[in-house]
Design a protein around this ligand. Structure first.
Ligand code: ZN
Length: 253
């Protein structure tokens, strides 16, 4: 594919997969599914897709993996956390929030609904109902024209998942992309989008650590689609600069 002409096409989308990376070190069942960590399963797939430059970052790295330099170079960040949300330092959350408002995309996965950064960006408790019964989940594509659902059929079916159920205490999304039905009877808004400043945010429910969900090609496809959708290039033209402006019309007063 030609990359001449449009300079945006010449630059690869820079994507960072952030993972708390604790269950994989302490739980043998999780390590069997993700020997190198969930972040490597996601990065392994995304790094093979066209036009993406992929890096990983984890909680136990210096600056919790998210230095100013890493964030400055990141167009889209995905976030997976569960047992160590409180260990994420507030200065890192401030830093990530500032980058989102500048236009970095954020994709929050599964138990990341309780992460500091997601609660910060939503402004609500982000609480939900849950159950670990290895039940079936059917994610209905309710927005088939949205870029995040490109290439999918009417639904995605996962044979074994953790149930997340309504009410999900989030602000009303810009778009609901998926609604999940669970074998036990609950439903859940399992794919939702928001905008904050210039940044696009997507929450995507699947991903409990004891199921091989980030090896599922359809789930990985959704993450890939979401990364492309959340990329800054489309947001750069949004004018959110503070300015004292002259009136367009003559004001009679
Ligand atoms: Zn879970």
């Amino acid at each position: 594919m030609s990359v001449s002409g449009n300079p945006r096409q010449a630059r690869r989308l820079s994507y960072t997969v952030w993972n708390e990376f604790r269950h994989e070190k302490t739980d043998e069942a999780v390590r069997e599914i993700y020997p190198a960590g969930m972040h490597q399963a996601i990065a392994g797939y995304l790094s093979q897709q066209e036009g993406l430059s992929v890096r990983t970052a984890t909680l136990d790295e210096p600056e919790q993996g998210l230095s100013e330099e890493v964030l400055a170079e990141t167009d889209v960040l995905t976030w997976w956390g569960h047992v160590a949300h409180e260990e994420v330092r507030d200065e890192i959350v401030d830093r990530v929030q500032a980058r989102i408002l500048e236009g970095m995309g954020l994709i929050v996965l599964h138990s990341g609904h309780y992460s500091k950064i997601f609660k910060r960006m939503m402004g609500t408790s982000c609480s939900l109902k849950w159950r670990e019964a290895a039940e079936k989940e059917r994610l209905w594509v309710i927005n088939p024209h949205h870029p995040i659902t490109r290439g999918l059929g009417r639904y995605i079916e996962l044979p074994h998942t953790e149930m997340y159920g309504e009410p999900f205490d989030i602000p009303t999304p810009d778009k609901v992309i998926f609604i999940s039905w669970f074998e036990g009877g609950e439903v859940f808004r399992s794919g939702c989008t928001w905008t904050r400043g210039k940044g696009k945010i997507f929450y995507f429910c699947p991903g409990h650590e004891t199921f091989p969900i980030y090896h599922n090609p359809e789930i990985l496809k959704v993450i890939e689609n979401a990364v492309r959708w959340a990329n800054f290039a489309g947001n750069a033209k949004v004018d959110l600069e503070a300015a004292n402006v002259q009136p367009l019309e003559t004001i009679e007063s």
